[in-house]
Ligand binder design. Sequence first.
Ligand code: SF4
Ligand code: SF4
Length: 384
Amino acid sequence: MDLKEWRTPTLDREAGALVARRLFFHVEKAGFYAWALLERATWEPLLNQLGAAPPEAENANQYPSGASFRLWDRYSLDACGPMLVVALRYASETLLPAADAERRSLLARAEACGDGPITLVAKFARGNWYRECIDRLQAVVKRVIEDALEEGIALPPPRRWHRFSNSRLPEKALAIAAGIGAIGRNSLVIARTTSSAPGLPLSSSAVVLGVLTLPFSFEIPPEFRHRQVMPSFSLCGTCQACISACPSGALLGKPRKNMFPSLSGELEERMPAVSGSAGFRRRLCIQHYTATAGELPSAIVQAWSNQLYGCDICLECCPHFNPDTHPVAVPGALGNGKFAAHVLATVDDEGVRALFKGTTLDQRWIEPEALRRNAALTLRKSGT
Ligand code: SF4
Ligand code: SF4
């Protein structure tokens, strides 16, 4: 059936409560750190006003205000009831499956640095956590459908449930609107856990975000509704560590109204944390430049240290930076993210693509030339 002909079914109150319960149960079992349901009446006006990242944006966190990209067809949003927004905690290091011998040898070659300078992939990119998030959501969908069927409720098939992570949806704004966490002064989401799994920290900014669209409508029972929205910086207290730590002065530490375009009416009243901004100046952020080839502004060259892709400095200094402490096997594992700068500085395009195939760095907008330049800059900065 064509998507345009698809009509979103509506569950009665009892069936909706059962599905919400099973959804939350399986999301927790799948190891997610935080989650919340966002009703259509909230996400629809939010998306209409925020738009999404234009195709040329480097990643989903860098959408400029005013982007008017139409989301509906791309993400099949017409056929979507509530959205489930999730946060998945990532680990600082990842494990490559033993069977992956070819990849192991590629990595070993790029890691072989002896005492030479190393160039670093940021922690969030040392495994393809976006893929992992989507895979786990897929497993959740399968189990919820099975559980519902046992209770005599026929839900739409898995292909109608769409899963996204690092998409052009404004995932950060959706997470804030769902009450999953608050924006910190480093402009990133600090999530508060929903999970009752033992030993978890109460908060963590070491998370990737994901969205699952539910292809049916139901009235979300009060106990499963999105949580209270937290204003920007509300989990920071008086801390300013990230502002001091940023080597290029990209963080202002005070809200500005340019991260998200202004919302209006009821939505603006409900979500000041979404319409406000953490005061982040992208043009001064090293991370913004790590994927794009070309000459770097002198302020960025000055601030650069050993970044190959991404920059962790304003995260690592954060008291809420609580990554998973155990190395985990996930798709696109890159171990500890350390590479010999002299090797990376000389690998040709094909070599770079082979090395990062299937990893978070395997993206159209990440130019091999940029990675070579970053490695060469690391060498230069180390005085080599
Ligand atoms: S990612 Fe790096 S350059 Fe960008 S704001 Fe954080 S510390 Fe500053
Ligand atoms: S380092 Fe401090 S100010 Fe910055 S985001 Fe973390 S808690 Fe907030």
